[in-house]
Design a protein around this ligand. Structure first.
Ligand SMILES: [Zn+2]
Ligand SMILES: [Zn+2]
Ligand SMILES: [Zn+2]
Ligand SMILES: [Zn+2]
Ligand SMILES: [Zn+2]
Length: 319
């Protein structure tokens, strides 16, 4: 039996994808200085970048796009911050990894994205924060068909869960956590009026409650994945079937870095050569049979045939 991961020369292989995004030794560390953007636009990257559908994409990277910009940026940035690349990456993506695993188990996918986009900027789970300041788990019960999931906390006017960044790194502010006096529990996403989301009405136009004259929340940050404002996004509750119909990733393909096995493994286990958790997911930890033919063209690599010696075919390749 041949290794499926070597099939599919139509796709840029994980090899070229991964090695292409690995910064050369000596490439300078990206130390954001007041930029809220993870995309190192001013830095000549090791990979030529091209703009597609408003997203920066490594050139030649034409397979199904799942947050290519974010993948690229996080890898180059985080590797520049060695040596604790793996633990930092795992921590950074932990909420999204857990959201993806949960989605696969429940069949309910919760994604925050631009309505017209074919990828989620954020995978959402019960611990994710809403604009109203309450967690998704503090909102009403939801299904994969929910349109609006209102908050059920006393006195809260929130009519529908709307994901909001709760960590500075969610909006690309990686340098915050390095400040010695920084307290992550007090960080809040802000409006252009300088007031936090909690200082804005949770419903309606999301007017600022401080009396500063701001009529609606207008993020002073851009999404780390798509470069658009917070208010351009929506939170979607979907079933696997809905997503398949819309051409959105499901199952293992919904995992962070689904196309980049070594990064995906780090997100899942903290070690790039440990694919045990991935194999468990592929082989049915989820409630949804994964052997159905929902394989997207050009992604054969990401749907390996279950085989013995699980780790063999998945040694990440980059240099
Ligand atoms: Zn609420
Ligand atoms: Zn809410
Ligand atoms: Zn405001
Ligand atoms: Zn204000
Ligand atoms: Zn976005």
């Amino acid at each position: 039996m041949s290794k499926r991961s070597e099939v599919g020369d139509k796709t840029p292989s994980s090899k070229s994808g991964a090695s292409g995004t690995t910064p050369k030794a000596g490439s300078k560390a990206v130390v954001p200085k007041g930029t809220r953007n993870v995309v190192p636009k001013s830095m000549p990257g090791p990979v030529a970048m091209t703009k597609k559908d408003g997203m920066l994409v490594p050139e030649g990277y034409t397979m199904r796009k799942i947050e290519p910009a974010k993948n690229y940026d996080v890898e180059s940035f985080a590797r520049a911050m060695n040596p604790d690349f793996a633990p930092r990456l795992k921590k950074l993506f932990e909420p999204e990894t857990e959201a993806a695993v949960k989605a696969q188990q429940t069949g309910i996918y919760i994604g925050w994205r631009l309505p017209e986009y074919k990828f989620d900027c954020q995978r959402v789970n019960d611990m994710s924060k809403c604009f109203c300041s309450h967690l998704l788990g503090e909102h009403a019960q939801y299904t994969g068909k929910s349109v609006r999931v209102p908050c059920v906390q006393g006195g809260c006017k929130c009519k529908g869960f709307a994901w909001v960044p709760s960590r500075p790194e969610d909006v690309g502010e990686f340098w915050m956590q390095r400040r010695r006096d920084f307290d992550p529990s007090t960080w809040r996403a802000k409006c252009r009026c300088k007031h936090t989301h909690e200082e804005h009405e949770a419903a309606g136009m999301r007017r600022c409650k401080t009396g500063c004259g701001c009529g609606h929340f207008n993020s002073n940050f851009l999404c780390a994945a798509c470069d658009k404002h917070w208010e351009d996004h929506e939170t979607f509750f979907e079933t696997e079937q809905d997503r398949v119909q819309k051409g959105l990733p499901v199952g293992e393909m919904y995992l962070p870095f689904a196309e980049m096995p070594h990064l995906r493994n780090i997100a899942l286990t903290g070690a790039e050569d440990d694919d045990s958790r991935y194999q468990a997911l592929v082989q049915g930890e989820g409630s949804i049979p994964r052997n159905r033919a929902i394989e997207a063209p050009g992604n054969s690599q990401a749907f390996p045939a279950p085989r013995g010696g699980a780790s063999s075919g998945f040694k990440p390749v980059y240099d």
